[in-house]
Design a protein around this ligand. Structure first.
Ligand code: ADP
Length: 257
């Protein structure tokens, strides 16, 4: 139950009483849980046909990659990219649903963060991005973290950097060790984020409303999930940005398990 207590004043401003409003919030929580279950169920159901579509595309790719008609491999490549995009979205929804029902687990292992960053850059580059993505500097640091989940945080930050900045611009990544932590930054030369949006971009389903972002697809879940993952590692995530001049997203993770 949520309780709101407020004073009742007479027309001279003297307090003459107190009002109590009690609201039942358990119904709202149940609604949220039902919505969450539904999203989880639909995402789960979509995974099976998508996995077979992806397998079929792979078979076609092997059979037709030497086709004389140049359109065929190109069309297969594009279909593959779209299937990958869909998988990323569905995984995002599944992760939200798992997270909110307390089913997400952090499985830590030791790995070199620089190697992981290189893997993410290689994977993003495969999707045919028209940006210059560069790992500028990286201390040779071993961290203890959930490799797969930090992979998805980096993928979110890098794909956002690409999505919200002009073709041909630079996306720069740095990673340094300091004060018992590793600090990773991803900078772009894109739209930037207004101060009034900065406090909300890590909220679930939040997307910036502007004529420049309206045509860019997304659901506003990438940063929410990234922030949850980093917090569950006792790390921090934040952004530094000037509207119109680009953004730098940072996250830090403790080095000790
Ligand atoms: P999505 O990109 O799917 O909308 P995210 O949770 O990843 O969801 O991001 C939330 C919002 O934050 C985006 O809709 C976008 O407006 C803003 N944003 C995220 N990254 C950047 C960036 N690098 N530059 C400008 N805006 C960004």
């Amino acid at each position: 139950v949520s309780l709101t207590i407020s004073p009742i004043n007479d027309n001279k401003g003297n307090i003459i009483g107190v009002s109590n409003i009690a609201r039942d919030i358990s119904e709202r929580k149940q609604d949220e849980a039902r919505k969450n279950d539904f999203i989880g169920m639909v995402s789960h159901e979509l995974k099976t046909p998508l996995t077979s579509l992806s397998a079929i595309l792979q078979v076609l790719n092997t059979k037709l990659k030497r086709s004389k008609d140049g359109f065929v491999p190109e069309a297969l490549n594009r279909a593959n990219q779209q299937v990958k995009k869909m998988s990323t979205m569905i995984n995002g929804f599944l992760n939200i649903s798992r997270l909110e029902s307390g089913k997400i687990q952090i499985d830590k292992q030791a790995f070199i963060i620089g190697d992981l960053i290189k893997e993410v850059i290689a994977e993003i580059s495969l999707t045919g991005v028209a940006h210059i993505i560069e790992l500028q500097s990286c201390d040779n640091v071993v961290i203890h973290a959930d490799r797969e989940k930090i992979f998805s945080v980096l993928t979110n930050l890098l794909s956002n950097a690409v999505k919200y900045s002009p073709k041909g611009s630079n996306v720069l990544i740095n990673c340094n060790q300091q004060d018992g932590k590793v600090l990773v930054s991803v900078s772009d030369e894109g739209l930037g984020i207004r101060p009034e949006d900065r406090d909300h971009i890590f909220d679930r389903y939040y997307r910036v409303e502007s004529s420049r972002t309206r045509h860019i697809s997304g659901f506003g879940i990438g940063l929410y999930l990234s922030a949850e993952i980093i917090q569950r590692h006792d790390g921090e995530i934040w952004v530094d940005s000037k509207s119109g001049k680009g953004s730098t997203f940072y996250f830090s993770l403790p080095l000790q398990p």
